[in-house]
Design a protein around this ligand. Structure first.
Ligand code: ADP
Ligand code: MG
Ligand code: ZN
Length: 574
């Protein structure tokens, strides 16, 4: 249910129309640009910065969601110089505050902080600045604890407001308000009073890590129902997206990952996501035994153990962390050069968020998805709602797509705007042009259905594996039938066809339950073959570069020109 909620909201994320704020001619427009150039020494605004600045200067409440390194600080530091009164900034860590104060000092912008270690004189000085109309103090940083605990401070805040000197309240890392996230801080609850205590003072919330459901929670906690939600574009230009076929054999797969870590990603930092704790530990152990410096991270580890692993990874003592989704919120390493999905994630949202932990410093990074149809089938079989089944299928569509830009597919999924030039060969499909043709898979479908029905007569349900073996006339004789001949393609292609037929609902996934697990069976789908042929788009090269071949630096992404569709002649049925 939560996922469904989240998914739905993710989709509406882009609906608030912020275009009016982007090019809005405001009384401050000229000044804003001058300060950007002269004070901050930046040539131009980054995407969404100006819209957020215009909105907050118009006294609108704003929630700004932007990746780390995107430039959120400028969105309140610049307006603080326009309005010439006080901006209060609530920030969770004293160390972060000190970094900011240092940077502002260099720019010649007057800022200060109040915290437990402030001297009596400092406090007195700041307090008097808060109520002095001629004060040069523009930005005052405090922790949420300070807001919650210091009555004196709140008295001065009230005085500052009464005199009309309080311009704006900024809440950094605003997702800490929400109990839904891992970063919840109870002191953030006090910030909920701001809206009623200081009516008319715009609030600007900043975060890099909120899902849409968390944003809604934040809106409720802070009484920001009318806030303008601004999100930076989904496109991350420095991330190279690709899908590779996961080697079906476990050892092959491990070898592939080992090679990647030892060659292509040598001395680079990354994350390998798995979908189960078992996989997570197994892969970590095997890679360790192959001499790699890695460790695993999942929800069943003790908190202090997790902390140590995280720290060692941050310090590059581990090259990679093998992780489940528990390794998420608050993971903020700038130089992550690769994120490998060892299994297909549950949804496009997860894929986007998890792979988005790469390349936060702006330098290029790889996001590799290892695709296997059985992973998708497992996700579908474990889905606890129709909605979750749909997410699992939407990622299947992404994986099976052989022609469209990966980035365009992601943008389309999130209903983000998209220009063809946005990719610039930063995905496997844009980098390697492929010729697309159509293939008649009517016979393949008939054969699959015949096998499914024949098995069903014997009281047997076919898993993907059983179906493929029977189709290729291997495995137990019971499940083979004389009318179905071995198809004219490789097993990989056969799986691709089955996946596509599932996507188009010619085939369906039937869930079975045992004591310990759920199983996915292949059955007839709702889409009927009756009106003639079933034509599947297909590139002349099935286009999954295999991971083991991805280690050579120069030809690292060249698809293996393996006899892929060689045997399947164009327009000849499979
Ligand atoms: P965030 O808080 O979103 O993680 P910061 O505010 O710390 O990001 O900014 C990240 C970096 O981007 C900083 O080095 C900052 O100077 C730079 N930056 C911000 N805005 C711009 C801009 N318009 N042009 C160039 N650099 C910018
Ligand atoms: Mg920041
Ligand atoms: Zn592309």
């Amino acid at each position: 249910e939560e996922l469904q909620h989240q998914h739905h909201l993710f989709k509406i994320r882009n609906r608030p129309d912020i275009s009016e704020w982007v090019d809005k001619k405001c009384e401050w427009s000229v000044q804003v640009l001058a300060i950007l150039n002269e004070k901050f020494k930046f040539k131009s605004f980054r995407s969404k910065q100006l819209a957020a600045i215009n909105a907050t200067l118009s006294k609108k409440d704003v929630l700004l969601l932007m990746p780390t390194g995107g430039g959120k600080s400028l969105v309140y530091q610049l307006p603080a110089l326009i309005t010439k009164r006080l901006t209060l900034v609530v920030s969770p860590l004293i160390s972060l505050i000190e970094d900011q104060l240092m940077a502002l000092k260099k720019l010649g912008i007057e800022a200060n902080t109040l915290n437990a270690s402030s001297s009596k004189e400092d406090k007195k000085h700041v307090h008097s600045s808060m109520t002095d109309g001629n004060s040069k103090l523009r930005l005052l940083y405090v922790t949420p604890e300070w807001v919650a605990k210091s009555k004196t401070f709140m008295t001065y805040m009230q005085k500052c407001f009464d005199k009309g000197y309080l311009d704006r309240i900024v809440i950094d890392e605003v997702h800490c308000c929400s109990t839904w996230g891992h970063d919840f801080r109870k002191e953030y609850n006090f910030l909920g009073f701001f809206k009623s205590m200081f009516p008319g003072v715009p609030i600007l919330g900043l975060t890099a890590t909120a899902t849409m459901s968390i944003l809604v929670d934040i809106q409720n906690m802070l009484s920001l129902q009318d806030a303008l939600i601004i999100t930076a574009p989904f496109n991350r230009p420095n991330l190279y997206y690709k899908v590779v076929r996961k080697p079906p054999d476990k050892t092959d797969c491990l070898e592939a990952i080992e090679k990647l870590l030892k060659h292509k990603y040598k001395d680079q930092s990354g994350i390998i996501y798995t979908s189960t704790i078992k996989d997570c530990e197994e892969i970590s152990d095997s890679l360790k035994s192959r001499g790699l410096k890695v460790n695993c991270y999942h929800a069943q580890l003790k908190a202090e153990h997790k902390k140590v692993i995280h720290e060692r990874w941050m310090q590059n003592k581990y090259q990679a962390v093998i992780a489940t989704i528990a390794f998420g919120m608050g993971i903020d390493k700038p130089d992550v050069r690769f994120v490998i999905h060892h299994s297909v994630p549950k949804s496009m949202e997860s894929l986007y968020q998890e792979s988005g932990r790469a390349g936060r410093d702006g330098n290029n990074a790889d996001c590799v998805l290892m695709f296997s149809l059985s992973d998708v089938l497992r996700n579908v079989s474990m889905a606890s709602s129709k909605a979750e089944e749909k997410y699992a299928k939407s990622i299947l569509e992404y994986c099976l797509d052989q022609a469209h830009c990966r980035r365009a597919l992601i943008a389309e999924h999130f209903e983000d705007t998209w220009r063809q030039t946005d990719c610039d060969k930063m995905c496997d499909h844009c980098k390697y042009k492929k010729v697309t043709s159509s293939y008649d898979v009517s016979t393949a479908l008939k054969d699959i259905l015949a096998l499914v029905e024949a098995a069903s007569m014997k009281g047997v349900k076919l898993t993907l594996n059983k179906l493929i073996t029977a189709w290729f006339e291997t495995g137990t004789k019971d499940l083979r039938i004389s009318t179905v001949k071995k198809p004219n393609c490789t097993k990989e292609q056969a799986e691709h066809i089955v996946g596509w037929l599932i996507l188009k609902e010619y085939l369906n996934i039937d869930k079975g339950y045992t004591m310990y697990t759920t199983i996915a069976y292949i059955q007839r789908g709702s889409n009927d073959i009756s009106n003639g042929k079933v034509i599947m788009p297909f590139t002349s090269n099935i286009g999954y570069p295999r991971v083991p071949d991805a280690i050579d630096i120069d030809s690292s992404d060249d698809p293996v020109v393996e006899p892929v569709m060689k045997k399947i002649k164009k327009n000849v049925s499979v």
